[in-house]
Every structure is written in structure tokens, then in C-alpha cells.
Design a protein around this ligand. Structure first.
Ligand code: GDP
Ligand code: MG
Length: 424
């Protein structure tokens, strides 16, 4: 059984939290795209964890975790993240972590170029996480990247470094006027951070295929949401990889396998980190209230997240892109204590109402159309069954189901693993 867990919105929907909850039924959890620009916060009986590169299944003892083919891996960050988790009591060994030989390595010069470009753009910046993601994916498609499997054959790898460095310096020095990258520092970097990872590197496609044949349950964990997908998101304010469920088998290294189920993670209101159009956005006091209630500060960057009400137009589009069979609606507890809540049910473009998410360039001119719904005044964070929820909260969820034409199976009401309600 192959299941994908994917984001419906702009990211930070609580994917890590839902993977942590659902992974008890899975044997393998595989990340299939992106790099350490992800920030998943997971709270369970073992503590509070922040995961950037490692799949959220790493917190379960019986789960084998895979860093898939579609990923870009900052090996220094991975080393540090693994050390941090080990210090929190999590075991990470070649038995429970497998790294795809085809995954690409994010180099320090990718991080450097990401920062140099954001600085050059100044007030026109993209709001990059400055973790080198766009430069490393660009190199992948330029066929100038290093891949994890190369670490298994250092002689061949080191022979390639000079040519790559020479080419890279055309941009680093020639373009940005920065001090050049040297082959020696690249070699030293691989020796320090790459070589200790060798025992983890394998053909993860083969590993997942064999697990699938043996009837194992496999989960693909997305990083970021549909609206940050390179093709279907709010380009160019997107990430540089495919965050879409349909890409999961490819990014996991098993293009021959088909997904059985796609679970979309959708937030009960909207948040967005960084630049770009965000039609249903709150400003001023309403924004501060919602941001504070939801603790909306980025896990990877600490940046305050932009916030707004639930956006039906964007979420319907996200559900379509993800082919979501069912939805987990997260952070409903954050909306407690409002007399009235708003939902963005349509956009207004050139004086006309539109219900479908437009080509992203048009978003600047779109205005949100809000519908008022009744809020609930009590704390719902202790609710564990549907019937524990106040009727206004049930009505809010059912309205979203109706407007988004989706089935909401889980509703989360707190960050802790067990703080959820099975809604259907
Ligand atoms: P991800 O990137 O999609 O995994 O999401 P993040 O971890 O970046 O953001 C979700 C944040 O909300 C984290 O800090 C979680 O601990 C927290 N969280 C998740 N689910 C809930 C919930 O139901 N209620 C509340 N209050 N917080 C939640
Ligand atoms: Mg996040």
C-alpha cells in the first residue's frame, strides 16, 4: 500500500505532525523532494522535534526512513540534524535511514549563491529560505551537480571537482564578484561530511520496490504545499521542486509504482511564509491575533508567517493538484474564541467573481470575498471525538467539506500526537 501525505496550501499545514501520527501503520516513510528548507515540528511523548531533512518517521522505532531520489541533501545539515536528534534520544543507523544514491548534494556554494542572489534582488527578493535550494536544483538540471552515490567512489568524484569548480566560479566570481570556490575546500567538505554517510547510501528505489513486493506499507512525505510546487504553485514564488503527490513515486525512486491513496493536509486557516501573492491576507491587529494564537513563526527560518482566513479558492485548487482522496484539517483549536470567523469563498477579478484559482500573475489583482460564519467560544484542544466538538466547529468543518468537495477524515486540535479527532 502506497500513501502520500501532501500539503494542500502554502506549506506548514502540519504535515510532519500528521506523518508522525499516521506512521504507526507504516513500515517505510520516504521524503521525495526538497531539502533542508523544510521545517516540520513534531510533538509526541518523546519530546519536541524539528525536522528539516529527516522524514518524520524517524521518531518511530520500527519505521525505516528514506531520503529519496528527488531530494537535494545538504550533508553538513544532515550530519548536524542527526546529531541533534540523537542527543534527543533518537536512534539513527543505516538500518533505519537509507539515502538515495541518486539524490543530489547541496554544496556550501549553493547556499552562498542563494544568499548572493537574494541580496542582489534586495526589495524584489523571492523570500528564499537561503538554504541553496534553487541553485542546487538548477545545477541538477544543468547536469553539473554531485550525487550521493558519487561518495562511494571518491577517486572518480575528486577527478570531477576541478571542472565543476571552474564552471561554478564563472558565476561566483565572474557574476557576483565573490571570492572563488576552491577544489581543496570542496574535497575537504566531502571528506568531513560526505564520507561518514557512505553506509547509509544505497539504491533506495530497489529497497522500496522490494518492500512493496513484500507487502509493506509505504508512506511518501511531502515538504511544502501545492501552492509552492514549481509547476503548479505561485511561480516564481515557489520552491524549486515538485511538491505534488503525483511526483512522489518518481522522487522516491519508484516510478514504476502507483499511489493507492493521497492524504492532503490542509490548515483550518491560511499561512504563507515569504514573498508572493497571498490573496486572503490579514493585516494589522487581526493578523497579529491569529499569528499569536497559531504560533505562526517558521520552523526553518523563524520568520513570522503571513496569515489569513481559510481560502476555499486556493484550497480547492490544492486538493485538485494533489488528487487528495481525503483531508486532515489541522490547527482547528487556533480558531477558538472568535465570535465570528471568515472564510474566503471566492476572488473578485475585474469586477467579476471567480471560484477557480487563476494563473498566478492575476493574483495581484484579485480581491478576497469573505463569508461570515459563527465561531465557538470554548477550548477544543481536549476534544477527542467528533461529538466532543461544539456544533459551530462541526458546522465550520462541514462547510469547508461542502465548499471544497472533500472528505475531512482527521481534525487536529493541538500539536501533540494524540490531539486529534477522527471526523469521518
Ligand atoms: P509542516 O511543515 O507542514 O510539517 O508544518 P510545521 O511543523 O511547519 O507547522 C505546523 C505547526 O503547528 C507546528 O509548530 C506544529 O507543532 C503545530 N501544530 C500542528 N498541528 C497542530 C494543531 O492541531 N494545533 C496546534 N495548535 N498546533 C499544531
Ligand atoms: Mg513547515
Amino acid at each position: 500500500m502506497l500513501t502520500s501525505i501532501c500539503g494542500i496550501n502554502w506549506g506548514d499545514e502540519g504535515k510532519g505532525r500528521m506523518v508522525d501520527l499516521l506512521s504507526d501503520r507504516f513500515d517505510i516513510v520516504c521524503r521525495y523532494q526538497g531539502g533542508n528548507n523544510a521545517g516540520h515540528t513534531v510533538v509526541n511523548e518523546r519530546g519536541k522535534f524539528i525536522l528539516n531533512l529527516l522524514p518524520s518517521g524517524i521518531l518511530r522505532e520500527n519505521v525505516v526512513n528514506v531520503l529519496g531520489t528527488g531530494m537535494v541533501i545538504d550533508i553538513r545539515h544532515l550530519t548536524e540534524e542527526a546529531a541533534r536528534l540523537r542527543s534527543q534520544g533518537i536512534s539513527i543507523t543505516p538500518e533505519n535511514l537509507k539515502i538515495s544514491d541518486r539524490a543530489v548534494i547541496t554544496m556550501p556554494y549553493h547556499v552562498l549563491l542563494d544568499c548572493l542572489e537574494e541580496e542582489r534582488l534586495a526589495d524584489k527578493k523571492f523570500g528564499s529560505t537561503r538554504r541553496g535550494i534553487a541553485p542546487v536544483y538548477a545545477d541538477k538540471y544543468m547536469k553539473k551537480a554531485f550525487r550521493m552515490g558519487e561518495l562511494l567512489n571518491p577517486e572518480r568524484l575528486y577527478a570531477r571537482i576541478r571542472d565543476i569548480v571552474e564552471w561554478k566560479n564563472l558565476t561566483v566570481t565572474g557574476g557576483y564578484g565573490h571570492a572563488p570556490v576552491t577544489a581543496e575546500e570542496v574535497i575537504a567538505y566531502f571528506q568531513e561530511y560526505g564520507e561518514p554517510l557512505r553506509e547509509y547510501i544505497c539504491d533506495t528505489g530497489l529497497f522500496i520496490n522490494e518492500a512493496n513486493k513484500a507487502g509493506k506499507n509505504i508512506m511518501f512525505e511531502a515538504q511544502l504545499g501545492a501552492l509552492r510546487d514549481i509547476d503548479f504553485g505561485i511561480y516564481p514564488y515557489t520552491s524549486s521542486s515538485s511538491t505534488i503527490a503525483a511526483y512522489a513515486p518518481i522522487g522516491a525512486g519508484v516510478p514504476n509504482l502507483k499511489l493507492d491513496r493521497s492524504i492532503g493536509i490542509m490548515k483550518a486557516y491560511s499561512t504563507c511564509v515569504g514573498e508572493g501573492p497571498f490573496t486572503a491576507e490579514y493585516f494589522g491587529e487581526p493578523a497579529e491575533k491569529l499569528r499569536a494564537a497559531g504560533g505562526e513563526y517558521g520552523a526553518a527560518t523563524g520568520r513570522p508567517r503571513r496569515v489569513g482566513p481559510f481560502d476555499v479558492v486556493a484550497s480547492r485548487y490544492g486538493i485538485r493538484c494533489q488528487g487528495a482522496d481525503e483531508i486532515a484539517l489541522t490547527k482547528l483549536d487556533v480558531l477558538s474564541g472568535y465570535e465570528d470567523l471568515e472564510i474566503c469563498t471566492a476572488y473578485e477579478l475585474d469586477g467579476k467573481r471567480i471560484a477557480e484559482f487563476p494563473f498566478p500573475d492575476m493574483l495581484d489583482q484579485c480581491k478576497p470575498v469573505y463569508q461570515k460564519v459563527k465561531g465557538w467560544n470554548c477550548d477544543i484542544s481536549k476534544c477527542r471525538r467528533r461529538e466532543d466538538l461544539p456544533k459551530e466547529a462541526i458546522a465550520y468543518i462541514e462547510l469547508i467539506e461542502m465548499l471544497c468537495e472533500c472528505t475531512i477524515t482527521y481534525v487536529s486540535v493541538g500539536a501533540e500526537r494524540e490531539a486529534y479527532v477522527k471526523f469521518h
